[in-house]
Design a protein around this ligand. Sequence first.
Ligand code: NAI
Ligand code: MN
Ligand code: ZN
Length: 337
Amino acid sequence: MKSVVIEQPGKLVIQERQLQEPEAGEVRVKVTAAGICGSDGHIYHGSNPFAKYPRVIGHEFFGTIDAVGAGVDAARKGERVSVDPVVSCGTCYPCSVGRPNVCTSLQVIGVHRDGGFSEYACVPAKNAYTIPASIPDAIATMIEPFTIAANITGHLKPTKEDVALVYGAGPMGLTVIQALKGVYGVKQVIVADFVLERLTLAQESGADLVINNSNLSLPEELKKLNISPTLIVDAACHPSILQEAISLASPAARIGLMGFSTDPCTIIQQGITSKELSIFSSRLNNGRFPQVIEWIEKGMIQPEKLITHRFPYTDVEAALELFEKDQSSCCKILLKF
Ligand code: NAI
Ligand code: MN
Ligand code: ZN
């Protein structure tokens, strides 16, 4: 089988590897499609602190089960599945309180262990979620990025009364925007980004108001409009954003963070406590695949709106380059296997 391997930072090869047999409790997925995510590029360039090399990248993928390991129902062969990349121990404290996404021995498929940019991938059977026939392959490939939105909104508990502000209209911001509008019916969603084309995508995904804060001051714009957001999501993930969000937030607002920056950020505690703000962080997803599958079946989200490009996996290097260099034309790229 062919696999996309990062042999060491900066070195990507499409390698012929021996087809693996699924171990006990595993299924083998014949991969049909996979999505490119920012973190794939980080592993490629050596800026993901969790990655070990060589590594088959890819954690957003879909395919068909073609073999099962011991203890797995053979009837699963032929099932169309999307794979949850979160592999957890099931017994540590976070696992015991329903937070397997921060398991003390967390293994993310495509990061800590080999992933889905490969003709075949062996994964734990319970990570392979059956996809209803009504959901096309490309949409099923987009489930994982929407589980990120399901997870953060699970913490933030949006309501119809909320006025939400989303920083960043990249793939992550767009999944959050679609969830806020399509799933929770949030009254108003305001989106800030520096890239005009991304703000257009935000509008297409349901944003009520978009602000290009590369040339406008977001605090001043919101002040003019007399808007104090009751819910803020930082999907741009620059360390400077948290303090701005704290100062813009309405009293009793909730703020959601998803960034992994290692740079310090300065925040003023009084700004949090005087408004009794709640600040949540969110990492990956805790068993949210069924929830997103239901969102898609009910027509609450439109993952296809994020897909801007499709490439054969043999062009993965060109696809990664486009993804990283052209934020104005590029959102989600799917690789076809
Ligand atoms: P992206 O880089 O494609 O999008 C970020 C967007 O934010 C860009 O369009 C950029 O123009 C905009 N932006 C940057 N600074 C801004 C500012 N000050 N104000 C407004 N907009 C600003 O990235 P993507 O894929 O959407 O991911 C976003 C972040 O989410 C990344 O930092 C990534 O590491 C993180 N992430 C976190 C996950 C989690 O589970 N916590 C999962 C996946 C991604
Ligand atoms: Mn991803
Ligand atoms: Zn655990």
